[in-house]
Design a protein around this ligand. Structure first.
Ligand code: MN
Ligand code: MN
Length: 468
């Protein structure tokens, strides 16, 4: 057999992931960078789940998604819940009973929350106690500028939203760390998991005293006085507050060539933004498109605004009414069982310095497009939603047809660790669902890395799915 013939056969038979940059033309390369500008803007404005809901509803309103539709059969609908989860839908030509195309992503990211009694003083400095949220490596949160975002409910019932640490004129906050000269016993000689203690993640918030030297708790009082003068707060108000401590600063281009984006919260706002753009951009889909943004994924999807809640059922009931149907429960079940879904979430990218934790044939690579993750979970696939071959087959053929650059991926080596996402909770409704999203380096770190080409391909994948 001639060399050329062998090459032809090999090209036809062997499955090889493609670099997005090798697969797209100059026009599309420009689109990759244009798309990223909007994405970075979104990342900067939506650093908490509440902020994300606000930004999403602003964008949705501008694009004709009313929350209180005036027409009888509205094409576009929006429904938010408790300010922490939100759904957008575009009605399709086909009857809703034939099922919908659903994309679910999560709005929350790992962070430090302030405790309910946060404020104290120690060695003439004022601090706020934190309680970390989600899976963080604690040492990554030390000695870096941090911002406080969140909501406080005051004694009179009024609410106050604050963001401090993002504007150049703002102060920032920080968690200090022991100097290397004295770290031997308390850190170096210990296991990493023992060396960094949650109760030492104390946020430095003040250093100037109040009153004279006989005043009790002068440093704490100074901060309370300042908060009172500025916001009308008293200490008890902090109990009815959700204050989130996140890395201060904006998303940035990474690398000489600017091909990567570094930011807090790619997991999972990359999927949030790409699915949002996809639903805004589609016109006249065949099936009804529904985009669901949920909270609490990083802590197990429990709670009223998490994926285990009944919010989806309520959104579907609204949709049925909008379509002139009675929202009977077994009808809602029927729709869900006939539906196709994407659990849109970031996947761990092959780490160049820790390649041994990955099994390279099945590891996600930065720059190779959106990942199709048939199952998540850990060990013997525990806690996995293992998508059906039929569904994976349908989706991969769709992606190929629509020139979406994609790769098949699994989180790490078997028995190396693992993780899960919202797919398994939605799968309980009987819908077809699979994980699909970009790969991310340094996932759950204060500064995560994503490839701009992957973000763009994720958008393209979600749009192709919604238009199918
Ligand atoms: Mn995630
Ligand atoms: Mn996560």
């Amino acid at each position: 057999m001639k060399k050329k013939e062998i090459e032809r056969i090999s090209q036809r038979l062997i499955s090889k992931p493609k670099l997005v940059w090798d697969a797209i033309d100059e026009r599309e390369k420009k689109r990759v960078f244009d798309f990223d500008k909007g994405y970075q803007d979104f990342l900067n404005k939506a650093k908490t789940e509440r902020e994300a809901v606000n930004v999403i509803s602003d964008i949705a309103l501008k694009n004709g998604f009313p929350s209180n539709p005036s027409s009888t059969y509205p094409i576009r609908l929006m429904k938010a819940f408790q300010g922490k989860s939100i759904a957008l839908s575009v009605s399709g030509d086909k009857p809703i009973d034939e099922g919908i195309n659903l994309i679910v992503s999560h709005l929350d990211s790992p962070r430090l929350d302030l405790k309910q009694n946060p404020l104290y003083e120690d060695v003439d400095l004022a601090f706020m106690k934190t309680h970390y949220y989600g899976g963080i490596k604690k040492f990554q949160w030390l000695t870096r500028p941090l911002a406080i975002h969140g909501r406080i409910i005051r004694s009179d019932g009024s609410s106050l939203d604050i963001v401090v640490g993002e504007d150049d004129a703002d102060p920032v906050f920080t968690v200090a760390d022991i100097l290397p000269h004295l770290a031997k016993k308390v850190q170096y000689d210990k296991k990493v998991s023992d060396a960094f203690v949650a109760e030492k993640l104390n946020l430095m918030v003040g250093s100037l005293p109040f009153g004279d030297k006989d005043t009790k708790e002068r440093f704490k009082l100074a901060i309370l006085n300042l908060l009172n003068e500025r916001y009308g707060l008293i200490e008890e108000d902090l109990i009815s507050a959700e204050l989130e401590v996140v890395p201060a600063g904006k998303a940035r281009d990474v690398g000489w060539d600017r091909g990567l984006t570094g930011a807090y919260g790619h997991d999972d706002r990359s999927c949030v933004f790409t699915s949002l753009r996809a639903v805004v951009d589609i016109r006249n889909p065949h099936k009804t498109a529904l985009i669901l943004f949920v909270d609490k994924e990083e802590i197990g999807s429990d709670g009223a605004t998490g994926a285990k809640s009944r919010f989806l059922e309520s959104v579907l009931a609204d949709l049925m009414i909008a379509h002139g149907k009675q929202p009977l429960y077994h009808e809602i079940q029927k729709i869900l069982m006939n539906s196709r879904a994407i659990s849109a979430d970031g996947n761990g990218a092959l780490d160049p310095d820790f390649q041994d934790v990955h099994e390279k044939r099945n590891a996600a690579r930065l720059g190779y497009g959106v990942c199709l993750v048939k199952f998540t979970g850990s060990g013997g696939k525990y806690g996995a939603n293992d998508a059906n071959a039929e569904y994976v087959g349908w989706l991969r053929n769709l992606f190929n047809k629509k020139k979406v650059v994609w790769q098949a991926a699994e989180l790490g080596k078997v028995d190396e660790g693992g993780g899960g996402t919202v797919a398994k909770f939605l799968a309980t409704y009987g819908m077809q669902i699979v994980d699909c999203g970009p790969s991310i380096l340094s996932m759950h770190a204060p500064f995560e890395i994503a490839h701009k080409a992957d973000i763009y391909m994720t958008y393209k994948a979600y749009r192709a799915f919604l238009e199918s």
